[in-house]
Ligand binder design. Structure first.
Ligand code: DLZ
Length: 158
């Protein structure tokens, strides 16, 4: 099932009563900043739409997706209910893409296993910029909004 068929942004708010008290961190990569800014907006707007207090959304910037694991680790020390790691890796001419994708996904997974704050993976890994545009507010929706829902669901487990 692809993400077009699976719309996780439809969330029954009745199942999540304490949204106003949630504290959510957003760690955002500066690389491909036009895309990550749109993902950030998608995530923030969805959190606020669902009732999370604007002042409980904490944003931290890192230089690139490789730094998302460290940024998420540091932000999660601030007594947050969930952290969303936002990045965009686009395949270029070199092997950088594979190294960064592997590093960031492994790094964030390790934080989920070893830490107590859920870390949400909102990193686009695309072959072309047009694919990233489509997933950051374009024809395939906004993966930032989907990450916000995942954060709320994981925060409720916490
Ligand atoms: C170096 C690099 C390259 C080539 N591509 C991307 C990318 O597509 N997306 C991204 O978020 N970051 C990229 N970076 C930067 C690395 O993530 C990292 O910031 C630098 O290697 C410094 O550690």
């Amino acid at each position: 099932m692809n993400s077009k068929e699976q719309d996780i942004t439809k969330v029954d708010i009745k199942n999540y009563p304490n949204l106003v008290n949630l504290k959510i961190g957003l760690v955002v990569s500066e690389w491909n900043i036009d895309i990550t800014t749109n993902l950030l907006k998608g995530a923030k707007d969805k959190l606020i739409e669902l009732g999370v207090n604007k002042k409980n959304i904490i944003i931290s910037w890192v230089p690139g997706s490789f730094e998302l694991a460290y940024g998420s680790k540091e932000l999660s020390k601030k007594n947050l209910d969930a952290v969303i790691a936002i990045g965009c890796v686009i395949k270029g001419e070199t092997d950088h893409y594979d190294f960064i994708c592997n590093s960031v996904s492994n790094g964030l997974m390790q934080l989920n296993i070893s830490g107590s704050t859920p870390i949400i993976f909102c990193v686009l890994t695309d072959h072309k910029k047009s694919q990233s545009i489509a997933r950051s507010g374009g024809e395939h929706g906004n993966k930032g909004a989907e990450a916000a829902i995942a954060a709320i669901k994981m925060a409720s487990i916490k």
